[in-house]
Ligand binder design. Structure first.
Ligand code: ZN
Length: 184
């Protein structure tokens, strides 16, 4: 057991992807801490030292908030969320180097992202299985990052996962030059 506050990964968890990812990282002996995104003191968490922050939340206001915080504190971060059964991982945000989350939301609004909606009521069991699959892919990405084994294509992109239809898409995310968060 480590007693200091240095972690490889800090998960800010607000959904089941965060909970499952935490367990899987622990099983892989990754030095990981987890905090509930709604119950923590952001300033305190951000003062901790880690290789990568991982935000797992389905609430967009958390993304707005942490995107600004991580940008101003120059922290590298990755995120994962789920809308119905569709998962989204990324982008990996490295302040001053890559597109930020705001850039991504602006690009997404102007792009032809497919709207896939199921009309049937949400099946919780199906949703749990989807969260498990999304967490598996997130863990692989995290292991690549902490092993310094990232591929150039891992940056500036968002992975969209549709476990029901066995489909994975990669969307390129370019920096928005006049972005209100990361632009100059
Ligand atoms: Zn930006």
């Amino acid at each position: 057991m480590k007693t200091n506050d240095k972690f490889d990964i800090i998960i800010l968890s607000g959904n089941s992807i965060g909970e499952i990812t935490f367990k899987k990282l622990q099983q892989n002996s990754v030095n990981t801490a987890k905090f509930h995104v709604e119950e923590m003191n952001p300033e305190e968490i951000l003062s901790k030292d880690c290789e990568l922050f991982v935000l797992c939340s389905d609430k967009m206001e958390n993304y707005e908030f942490f995107n600004r915080m991580f940008n101003s504190k120059r922290k590298k971060w990755l995120s994962a969320r789920m809308n119905e059964y569709i998962g989204e991982i990324g982008p990996i945000v490295i302040p001053k180097r890559t597109a930020c989350f705001k850039c991504y939301t602006i690009r997404k609004l102007s792009a032809d992202y497919l709207e896939r909606k199921e009309n049937a009521p949400i099946d919780l069991k199906k949703k749990d299985i989807c969260a498990e699959i999304i967490a598996d892919i997130l863990v692989l990405k995290i292991m690549k990052i902490i092993g310094n084994d990232e591929d150039i294509k891992d940056f500036n992109s968002v992975i969209e996962i549709d476990p029901i239809n066995n489909a994975i898409f990669r969307h390129t995310v370019l920096k928005v030059p006049n972005c209100e968060v990361c632009g100059v």
